[in-house]
Design a protein. Structure first.
Length: 132
């Protein structure tokens, strides 16, 4: 028999458990420069978001946010966050592969256009048809 084991997630040489023990500013050292600058400038906002999210989880409420620019940090892994896309809230389950990305990347703002046949007035030939 062959045992299939799930490969452990490693981010810049650290396991997810080691990363969860780090503070937000300490984790910023492992991020690429653009994300690192964003985290270091906004670490208070990120820490406050995590604190409020944990309180809502304890109460059994949904986590909803309009803050699409927050960088995903290890403390958020496993949370189910509903991110606003301009029209409604899309549920996003935060996974370890999302570390360093922004919440807004996980909730698309534009939907795919489904084209159908042309309506009245859409082409020159249909401009003078009788409208009933």
């Amino acid at each position: 028999m062959v045992e299939i084991t799930k490969k452990q997630f490693i981010y810049r040489g650290k396991s997810i458990d080691e990363l969860k023990e780090l503070e937000v500013r300490e984790f910023a050292k492992y991020l690429p420069s653009r994300q690192r600058r964003s985290v270091l400038r906004n670490f208070q906002i990120i820490e406050d978001f995590i604190k409020r999210a944990k309180e809502k989880i304890e109460k059994g409420k949904k986590i909803r946010t309009h803050q699409r620019d927050i960088i995903i940090v290890p403390q958020m892994v496993g949370m189910n966050i509903q991110v606003h896309n301009g029209r409604n809230f899309n549920p996003v389950l935060i996974e370890s592969e999302m570390l360093g990305h922004r919440l807004g990347e996980m909730s698309a703002t534009r939907s795919k256009v489904a084209h159908s046949k042309a309506g009245i007035g859409a082409t020159k030939g249909s401009k003078h048809k009788a409208k009933k």
